[in-house]
Design a protein around this ligand. Sequence first.
Ligand code: 13P
Ligand code: SF4
Length: 362
Amino acid sequence: MSLDALARAAARPAGYAAPLSDAARRYGVLPMPNLAWTPEVERETAHLYEKVKAVMPPVEWPFHAPYVKAINDLKRERNAVILAHNYQTPEIYNCVADVVGDSLQLARLAGQSKADVIVQGGVHFMAETSKLLSPEKTVLIPDSRAGCSLAESITGADVRLLRQQYPGVPVVAYVNTSAEVKAEVDICCTSSNALRVVESLGSDRVIFLPDQYLAKNVQAQTKVQIIAWAGACEVHERFTAAEMLRYRADDPSITIIAHPECPPEVVEVSDFAGSTAAMIDYVKTKKPKRVLLVTECSMADNVASETTGVEFVRPCNLCPHMKRITLPKILESLVYMREEVTIDPALAERARRSVQRMIDLG
Ligand code: 13P
Ligand code: SF4
């Protein structure tokens, strides 16, 4: 039977289809595992339910557990690792991910992994960054439509025009950009190292793209003049200072921590601002009694499942792109080896330099 016929013959979760990938031709397609809720599945996944039970009622577990077991079995068969961003749902973050973290941590660990295959639990620019740092590995994204409003706000041609407009001014790109954009800039940054990257360039002016709010939040901490692109994160730009002040009026003792993709007025009324990993670290080390996490919804679930004694208040804004990644799609990814992330090697070489320069800063 041909690989295509095998792929058609295997059972598939409804609602999503993509053509057989080149990776499927190289690695072969595996049969779709049995997804029944059996005593064996219950027994083998019981320790994983323990990790999510604080945020998942028992009635939901029989729907997730067969996928969790099948994915963990297939990871071994494919010598694959799952890298999951902090915004992935609790069943992905806690039950199938091998590595979890913010963009910088995932980028670093992608390069260190010994696996043959990386499955990215996150959005497309993160999968591209993994491919840049692990060109020899097969990188899969379970749904390539998982984009990002920041990455989509700018192209490589836009960066070339900016360089013409501001000759000689160095260009910093947030990692939330396509490989095509990374190939045109001098260095990348993430929300955890943006200030350090900007100041490392020894220039009194820097072009910073594409997040206007991260740019303003960095500007508030440096004398370097920042020329910003007008992109925004569709999740974080919706938070307002008025909303934060209402929470504070209700409970003056509440701790507010925000992601620096939020508008500066929101960051100003917060007690702390940092990358998703820095926010998690803050909660775990400072253990505030009640905390408002001003970021994507799933993060509060993920920190809550790992932390006791902290009450989480969740102004719930979902990232629709992150939520495209689900257990059924991760399973399909490993069965059909899709969707493979590829980058033109010449472009990848230039884009990798920008990411590596950031990593080399330490
Ligand atoms: P972090 O690097 O802080 O994880 O942020 C990535 C992101 O997309 C936040 O919206
Ligand atoms: Fe992009 Fe915002 Fe979603 Fe992060 S939360 S992936 S910045 S759209």
